[in-house]
Design a protein around this ligand. Sequence first.
Ligand code: CA
Length: 225
Amino acid sequence: MAERILLIEDEPGIADFIKRGLIYEGYRVDVAYDGQQGLEMARDTPPDFVILDWMLPGLDGLEVCKRLRAASDVPILMLTAKEDVQDRVQGLDAGADDYLVKPFAFDELVARIRALFRRAAPASQPEVLRFADLTLDTGTHRAQRGDRFIDLTAKEYELLELFMRNPRRVLTRELIFDRVWSYDFGGESNIIEVYVRYLRQKTEEHGEPRLVHTVRGVGYVLRED
Ligand code: CA
């Protein structure tokens, strides 16, 4: 059965655009046009996922987020025009799981939704991702290169998972930072380089060929030579 997404968005044009796109992606979508209606719909038919606009008439998104979170663990993705760090922190404090700043690409929205669904049910549906002789178990968070097991720290795991889910695709530094570090404030500007180096050390420890390659001036790509 398709997952049911509750979209709480007061701008009909945006709501319609998102709804049609998500239905096309195979989700069931209900739309609420203000916070009160959204809370009522969530109470009457608990959704699997909530997309919540920040700027709503009446109850604002932050308040709706708090109330939803008080009642359930449903994943909540907030949409906001605000890019201010303080606002993001407030939203996280209110219980949001992720953010998307308007305007956004629809593909990005879908990617975030998938990621949150995975995070919401990590134990029930572990997968083993494979690329070349490298595997990554999303249940145990352990990597394996050939027969050799590799222990990863939490951030190394997240970074490698991002690469493994996007093989042969060039990932920009911005995208990597946004996916893996977006809410860890105070991160150093060279943090991606540092963690790519850790990953390379661990995955190439026995002289195995490099899989995480630098794309100069752009980012990184997981590919075979
Ligand atoms: Ca709005």
